[in-house]
Design a protein around this ligand. Structure first.
Ligand SMILES: [Zn+2]
Length: 464
């Protein structure tokens, strides 16, 4: 408690202090400058400045020694401009290793933010600006590490390939284009995706663990519609579109999709068990022994950290019904959004929803269609390389992680390239505000991540 009070008193003073950048290495100073330069480019759908950002990064890479033929600029018009950069290695027989990040950001408006979102501000211990956490620090870290290694004359054992996409936050057209048209040419054994919040600090600043994202749940929305002849509201009838739809939604609310445990959810569950009270740990172990045990699943689901990792979830997100206050509704519709386990197909989900609703008068229509990627095998060589590269955090627990949201990684997984979400930054995830207001990252975490990427590239490149 006393420490907290002292920290509160000191905080305003620290915030006013000018950051001392003079102690930074020239590499760190360059990374900071490049981060500032790209934060200033509005790569959201509002101004669509990924072509400008791609040109800026390509120029820096060329100046560092990457020849014109090693930098491919992919112009996809409205969907932005992506970059693919090949760092040629000694042995062309070996498959390449990919490093991914995305240049686009979600929109941010000056009137909503305390500071200009498109100006990198260093305040206190943080870099603040749209894209700091998601994902421009990742882009800059990868690019500046490529540049440093190239300038130092380093030649990797095998090719390293940088993939920087332009519309991860919207249509993911760019990663689909690259996955579907260039997978053979890229010849990747696997890829590491910097679009991740991997290093997790507890609220007290201690290291909680490091998430390696190896799978993503699929995303699909369904529209449920009921139509009815309607009539005058002074004469209610037993059939009513709103009540009929409401019944269907309540059935979905009460339905539990079957529990599915994969290698990654098992890793997450084991990690939670090791930190939990004996009752929770017991329930988790019971679930791992018998994934069909609903009683065990119910106990585990009460833990929000893992509630979404053991099964597909569907939830009502939008509702529309009726046409007049004094009329019986002629139609009612709702949107149900599902996050689907990698082992399930959207067809399975639709079939289960139909079975659960059990009402032929309710139409179920697929809305947003998206593919579902497989989980990546948690490779021992990749995990140990990550652990070695995290030299500042010796003994940190690597926790396999399945995201309940989507990233570019899924599209590579679909074409057979395993992807591991990993960033070198550690922070309290509640502080990042990715997609939100006043997005930020800890300054020191950014500089430490530069060391992480340099080590990781060298370790992975030397692996046979
Ligand atoms: Zn992202």
């Amino acid at each position: 408690m006393r420490i907290l009070i002292v920290m509160c008193l000191l905080a305003p003073l620290l915030a006013l202090a000018q950051p001392d950048v003079s102690i930074r290495t020239s590499h760190e100073a360059l990374a900071r400058q490049m981060l500032a330069d790209v934060i200033a480019m509005d790569t959201s759908v509002i101004r669509k400045e990924t072509p400008k950002m791609a040109a800026y990064l390509a120029r820096h890479l060329r100046e560092a020694g990457f020849g014109g033929d090693s930098i491919l600029t992919i112009d996809l018009g409205e969907d932005g401009t992506s970059l693919v950069v090949r760092y040629s290695g000694k042995n062309p027989q070996l498959q390449s290793i990919g490093f991914m990040a995305h240049m686009d950001v979600v929109p941010a408006f000056r009137k909503d933010w305390e500071l200009d979102p498109f100006v990198l501000t260093e305040e206190g211990d943080y870099f603040i600006g749209r894209g700091t956490a998601d994902n421009k620090a990742g882009v800059v870290s990868l690019v500046v590490t490529f540049m440093k290694l190239k300038k130092a004359g380093y030649v990797p054992e095998r090719d390293l390939v940088l993939v920087l996409t332009s519309d991860e936050e919207t249509g993911m057209v760019s990663i689909k284009h690259i996955a579907n048209n260039m997978a053979d040419e890229l010849n990747m054994e696997y890829a590491v995706n910097a679009d991740a919040l991997s290093g997790v600090l507890a609220p007290d600043g201690s290291v909680f663990g490091y998430y390696v994202q190896g799978a993503e749940k699929g995303y699909r929305s369904y529209r449920l519609t009921v139509t009815n002849p309607g009539g005058h509201s002074s004469a209610p009838r037993p059939d009513n579109a709103i009540y009929q739809l409401a019944h269907a939604l309540i059935k979905i609310q009460n339905f539990r999709f079957p529990t599915m445990i994969n290698e990654i959810s098992e890793g997450m569950l084991r990690s939670v068990a090791s930190r939990s009270d004996p009752a929770t740990a017991g329930a988790i172990n019971q679930l791992l022994e018998n994934p069909r045990s609903l009683a065990a699943a119910d106990k585990v689901v009460s833990n929000p950290l893992i509630s979404t990792t053991i099964r597909t979830t569907c939830v009502a997100t939008m509702l529309e019904a009726g046409h007049a206050e004094n009329a019986l509704p002629q139609s009612a519709s709702a949107v149900v959004n599902c996050r689907i386990m990698p082992a399930m197909s959207p067809g399975d989900v639709e079939h289960l929803l139909k079975t659960v609703i059990n009402d032929d008068e309710i139409q179920i229509q697929t809305m947003a269609e998206d593919n579902i990627g497989p989980a990546s095998p948690m490779r021992e060589d990749v995990m140990s390389a990550i652990a070695e590269a995290l030299a500042e955090y010796p003994g940190v627990e690597l926790i396999p992680f399945m995201a309940s949201y989507g990233t570019d990684g899924k599209e590579f997984r679909i074409v057979g390239i395993p992807v591991y979400g990993s960033s070198g930054m550690f922070m309290d995830p509640r502080e990042a505000f990715a997609h939100g207001l006043n997005e930020k990252i800890p300054v020191e975490a950014f500089y430490k991540s530069l060391k992480y990427w340099e080590r990781l590239m060298k370790i992975l490149a030397r692996n046979p």
